[in-house]
Design a protein around this ligand. Sequence first.
Ligand SMILES: Cc1cc2nc3c(=O)[nH]c(=O)nc-3n(C[C@H](O)[C@@H](O)[C@H](O)COP(=O)(O)OP(=O)(O)OC[C@H]3O[C@@H](n4cnc5c(N)ncnc54)[C@H](O)[C@@H]3O)c2cc1C
Length: 475
Amino acid sequence: MTRQADLLVLGAGPAGTEAALAASEAGLDVVLIDEQADAGGQGWRAPLSGLTLPRKGPDAEAGDALRARLAASRVDRRFGRRVWSIGGAFRLDAAGPDGPEAYQAPRLIAATGAHERVVPFPGWTLPGVIGLAGATVLLKAQAVLPGRRVVVAGSGPLLFAVAAGIIAKGGEVAAIVDMDNRLAWAKRLPGLARRFDLLKEGLGWTWSILGARVPFLAGYGVRRATGETELSSVIVGPVDANGAPADGTERSFDCDALAVGHGLVPGGEVPKILRADHFYDRLRGGFIPELDPFGRTTIENLYACGDGTGIRGARPSAAAGRLAGLAAAYDAERLDERTFDALAALSLKALADYRPFADTVAAAMALRPAQVAAITPETIVCRCEDVTRAEIDAAVDAGAGDINQMKHFTRCGMGPCQGRMCGDVAAELVAQRRGVPRDEVGFWTQRVPLRPVPFDTMIGTFDYADIPIPPPAPL
Ligand SMILES: Cc1cc2nc3c(=O)[nH]c(=O)nc-3n(C[C@H](O)[C@@H](O)[C@H](O)COP(=O)(O)OP(=O)(O)OC[C@H]3O[C@@H](n4cnc5c(N)ncnc54)[C@H](O)[C@@H]3O)c2cc1C
C-alpha cells in the first residue's frame, strides 16, 4: 500500500529533520524517510541502538536535542528505509525492514546530504585505507577505531575531528598529514573566528592532538600506500599550495589504517533525477541545484536543502532545512505571508551569520585541480570497475567529450557506488584532458536504483507457478 502524505522529506540529517519539523508545525502531514536507524544524518549521527558512549561532544548533544524534538512532534518517522527509486509528482520507493514500500505526496524535500571525496593515489584500494568521513561514522556510531595505528591525511577540518576522535577513544595516530600549510590555516582564522562557538570546538581538537604529541606534517600529501594484501605503510611528501607534489623529502609511516579524505561532494541525486536545473560551484563541492533563498528548485513543488545543495556544514544545513520546510508549508497555503516572513527571517539570518565560517571550511575542502592533474596513469580512479586514469585519458582522446560518454567508453561510474566515489575526480580529469571548463563535461545522468537493493525489491517476489503460461496454440 502506498502511504499518501502532504509532504515527503528524504533524509533525516540536520537539514531534513528541521524541514520536516517546520512543515509539520505548520500543519502539514509529513513523512520523514531515512536509511539510518535514527535522525541526525552524518554530522549529528546517533550511536547504534543500545550503545552508550562515554563522552559527549557538541555534535552528539545537538543530535540528541534534534531527536528529542522529532520524537515529540507529529512527523511520521520512517527509518531503516533505503529509497531506491524516485518518480515525478512525487513517488518514492524504498526497501524497508519488511520489504518494498511506496510513498507519495504532492511535495518533496530532498535533504540527502553529501558523500566524501578521495583523490586517488597508488594503493588507495588496499584494505585498511578508509575515507576520513567514513572514519567519523565508525567513531561516532559504533565507537570503533579505524585501526590500531592510524595515519590521518587529506584536507579540511575533518582531519582534526578524526584525529581527536581516535585519541579520545584511546587509539594511536601515527601522523596527521595536511595538504594545507600553516599559512593557509592562519589566513582562514578571521573566517573561522566569525563563529567562535565552532572555532572553540576546533581548538579543542587541536589541544588534544598537541597533548598526544602526534607528528603534524603541514603542506604534505599522500604519495602512495603500500602493503601486500593489506595496508602496512603510507608514504607522504610535500605538496605546493595548489596540491601538486613538490620537491622535498618523502617520509614513511608504518600503520594498519589510513583515514584519508579531500572534502565532500554534494549528494544531489534527487533533483538530478527529476531534471532540476544545476550549475557547477567548485567552492560548494560540485554541481548543485539552482535554488531560490528558501530551497525551491526549478521543478514545481520540489525543494532541496543541506549539504546535498552545496557543502556548508551541519548548522547551516539545519537553517536551510527550516527554510525549505516553511516554504513547503507556505506553498501549500498552511502559512500566511506574514507568519512565513517572520519565521523565515530567523533562519535567513542564521544562514547569513554562518556564511563566512561555512565558506572558509568549504574552501579548505574544495577540489584542488593540480592534485587531480598529478594522478599517475596507472592509478585506479573508479574502484568499483577498476578503471585507471590512463583509460579515462584514452577515452577522451578517442572522442568521449563529456562524463557520460566517458562512462560508456570505460564503465567508470557503473559500479555499485554509481559514481559517488569517483565521479567528481573523473569529471575533472575529462575537463583537464579536453582543456575545457568543468561545466562543459557535465555530471552523470542519474538513474535508479539510487542505492544497491536486492533484485526482488524491484520486481517483487514470485514463483514459477505465478508466471502465466498461455494455452498452447491449436495445431
Ligand atoms: C560520511 C560522512 C561523515 C561526516 N561526518 C561529519 C562529522 O563527523 N562532523 C561534521 O560536522 N560533519 C560531518 N559530515 C558532513 C555532513 O555532511 C554535515 O555537514 C551535515 O550532516 C549535513 O547535514 P544534511 O542534513 O545536509 O545531510 P546528512 O547529515 O548527510 O543527512 C542526509 C541523510 O539522508 C539520508 N539519505 C540519503 N540518501 C538516502 C536514500 N536514498 N535513502 C534513504 N536515506 C537517504 C542519509 O542516510 C542521511 O541520514 C560528514 C559527511 C559525510 C558524507
